[in-house]
Design a binder for this molecule. Structure first.
Ligand code: C2E
Length: 691
């Protein structure tokens, strides 16, 4: 008995603590409750007494009106077939709120198997229902985003099969439908990615970082077109950390990529010729060097500069210059192999990177081909031009281990090729480097020397053979650096010529020679002539006539005491302008001499057109008079030629009594040479004059 009471009490406790209502009801129209547990209050808001026997409210009333019909139908059917039932529906709480409930119950029969009541349990599931609703709403919302997103969204297996994707993905990849894409791509790595390694990279990133961001790659569209995409993706794992799939988004960035590529192309290529420009030269060369290292090859860096291009550009106009450059660029591109590069540095300078060379000798053939390709006639604007080029070559690894050194050495060699007469190529050598370094040093210090007036004039006497007396002097420049030995003009005049520094230097010489002539004339009490060397560049580039005129004015020299020595090579340009310059100079009252006669083209024609007074026979013909009988014939011919044009003939470089006597015998007018005196500093020369 005690045990039974205990069980009843335990059941009562259990029922009153249940979160829900235990009930027993009749199957009438009100679902009249004959028993409800204490849970009634929290479920409905009514106390059990209010609901029992429909005291205040019936359960039928509490059932949400829209649900009443189907709830009854379902329970009736279950009861009739003696089955347990479970259902979820709504009730109205006493406070007016609608609550979701879950009911499970079963029919009760009496001993005559007549259905008499229902027994069961009703639980408030509003919170769960809300969560489910929220989840459904969210699912709907996200589905809509998924379906309508502009970005492609996908889930794939780690080994590259699609699990799910949205319409945008199919659209981006050029497929007509989701199904189309699903049927077509079964291996993303090899069917989609242009470079399958990219997919491997993507998977590796996901494995190490768990995600990829802004991962850019090229993929094939259905029709074979290639597009650029960017992907963001992550790994999705289950609660145990097992990898389920990859999930990510795809954006078509072809437009941006194409634009970037276009910008990059413009930045790295020359707009005129379409060749790569200097911005990528170092990188390219670096790549070639690394490749050469791996394959034990050599790389040639050929620095190519067109000869006299500036002249064509300036005289014919830039459109002709541009046309020529385009033609040459095409020819150069055709002369090289696919693995080689042709870069336009700017202006008329190109650099060729020749790869896969086994030995330096291979370069010669290729350079000869380039020289002759460039020298083919070019037709631009229906005009025919013939241009040549000079090429300097350095070879990796022998001539430098980094890009800058190789380029610098190729440039130096090119400079040498220009010096060697152009239309040729020159390989870089160590000696060349040293010589050019020296030359650059001279060029650099010459600039300061001009500013600091580190120059001196030496004077070498000229002897009149008829009288045996001093008849003039040649002014010869010397460079006396502050803390160094005297430098010969042979070292720095050619540099000054090339760099244009000769113009300032020439003005300095002219001024000082005129002042010296004044000094000498004053000392002797009669005009004394000083000869000055005028370089070819002075003739070509500056207004020589007005410079000389100005110097004569400034120094107040007697123009008859100034002689200008022009080298024979200058005279070859017998253009009307050049002849006019000679006449204009002559009209200033000075005298003109042709220097180094016999070493140039010695065109006799110019002797009759040019208003010159003297021929100076080059010392090469005098020096070997004793041993070279041929020189005798030449000397005789030159002297006769000069005299036949009414010119005085001067022989330079007389070093022996024999030479002096011989030249005397041949009728030479004046002599100059170490036999009489070396060139002397001003003070020493004044001493000779005084004697
Ligand atoms: N072996 C030998 N040499 C003799 C003898 N007599 C004279 N000489 C040298 O022969 C050169 C003659 O000058 P150049 O032919 O005009 O050749 C000159 C000239 O072309 C150039 N030069 C010198 N001064 C000037 C200048 O003020 N302006 C320009 N533009 N060039 C200059 O530099 C060249 C060399 O000048 P320097 O060294 O002074 O050399 C001078 C002179 O010292 C001799 O008996 N034997």
């Amino acid at each position: 008995m005690g045990l039974l009471q205990d069980r009843e009490r335990m059941l009562c406790t259990l029922m009153s603590n249940l979160k829900g209502m235990v009930y027993c009801c009749l199957l009438d129209a009100d679902w009249t409750m004959v028993f409800v547990s204490d849970g009634c209050l929290s479920l409905t808001g009514y106390s059990p007494e209010d609901l029992l026997f429909n005291q205040i409210v019936s359960y039928e009333k509490l059932t949400f009106p829209d649900d009443r019909l189907w709830v009854r139908e379902l329970i009736d059917n279950a009861a009739k077939s003696n089955q347990q039932f479970e259902l979820e529906y709504r009730i109205t709480h006493v406070n007016g709120e609608t609550r979701w409930v879950h009911e499970s119950g079963l029919p009760l029969f009496n001993e005559n198997y007549e259905l008499v009541a229902l027994e069961g349990f009703i639980q408030d599931i509003t919170t769960r229902k809300h969560s489910e609703q929220l989840a459904r709403d969210a699912e709907l919302r996200y589905r809509s985003i998924f379906e309508n997103a502009i970005e492609g969204i996908y889930q794939t297996t780690p080994n590259g099969q699609y699990l799910d994707f949205n319409p945008a993905l199919a659209r981006i990849y050029g497929y007509g439908s989701l199904q189309d894409l699903k049927n077509s791509i079964s291996d993303i790595q090899y069917q989609l990615y242009v470079d399958p390694n990219k997919r491997a990279e993507y998977v590796a990133l996901l494995k190490t970082l768990g995600k990829v961001q802004s991962f850019e790659a090229q993929v094939y569209q259905k029709n074979g077109d290639i597009i650029w995409i960017t992907e963001n993706a992550r790994e999705v794992r289950d609660q145990d950390g097992q990898l389920l799939f990859y999930e990510g988004t795809v954006e078509d960035i072809s437009e941006r990529k194409n634009y970037e590529q276009q910008i990059e192309y413009q930045a790295t290529h020359d707009s005129l010729t379409g060749l790569p420009n200097r911005t990528i030269l170092t990188d390219r060369l670096q790549q070639c060097m690394s490749f050469a290292d791996c394959h034990d090859h050599k790389v040639a860096v050929a620095f190519l500069d067109l000869d006299h291009f500036k002249l064509i550009n300036d005289s014919m106009g830039h459109h002709i210059g541009d046309g020529l450059l385009t033609v040459i660029a095409e020819r150069l591109s055709k002369c090289v192999r696919e693995s080689d590069s042709v870069v336009r540095l700017g202006g008329d300078e190109f650099v060729l990177l020749l790869t896969c060379l086994q030995k330096v000798e291979d370069i010669t053939q290729r350079m000869l081909r380039i020289l002759s390709a460039v020298a083919e006639p070019c037709i631009v604007d229906k005009l025919e031009f013939i241009v040549s080029c000079s090429i300097g070559i350095s070879v990796y690894p022998g001539d430098g281990s980094d890009a800058n050194t190789l380029l610098k050495h190729a440039d130096l060699a090119m400079y040498k090729a220009k010096q060697s007469g152009r239309n040729t190529f020159q390989l870089y050598t160590l000696e060349l480097n040293q010589a050019l370094k020296k030359r650059i040093e001279i060029e650099y210090s010459l600039r300061h020397a001009i500013e600091n007036e580190e120059f001196l004039l030496y004077f070498q006497p000229k002897i009149n053979l008829a009288t045996g007396k001093l008849c003039g002097a040649e002014a010869l420049i010397r460079w006396q650096p502050k803390d160094g030995p005297l430098i010969s003009p042979l070292s720095f005049i050619p540099v000054a010529e090339e760099t244009g520094q000769i113009e300032a230097l020439g003005r300095w010489v002219l001024g000082n020679a005129c002042r010296a002539a004044n000094q000498f004339s004053q000392l002797l009490g009669k005009p004394f002539s000083v000869a000055v060397n005028v370089s070819p560049r002075q003739f070509r580039h500056c207004d020589l006539v007005s410079t000389v005129e100005q110097v004569i004015k400034d120094t107040n020299v007697n123009p008859g005491c100034l002689e200008l020595e022009i080298t024979e090579s200058c005279l070859v340009h017998d253009t009307p302008a050049f002849i006019k310059t000679l006449h204009d100079l002559k009209s200033l009252g000075l005298t003109l001499a042709i220097d180094d006669f016999g070493t140039g083209y010695s065109s006799m024609a110019y002797l009759k057109d040019f208003p010159v007074d003297r021929l100076k026979i080059d010392k090469a013909f005098v020096g070997n008079l004793e041993n070279e009988p041929a020189n005798v014939a030449i000397l005789k011919a030159i002297i006769a030629l000069g005299h036949s044009f009414g010119l005085k003939v001067v022989a330079e470089g007389v070093e022996t009594a024999y030479q002096q006597a011989y030249l005397h015998g041949m009728g030479c007018d004046e002599l100059q040479g170490y036999y009489f005196s070396k060139p002397l500093p001003l003070a020493d020369f004044l001493l000779i004059l005084k004697k």
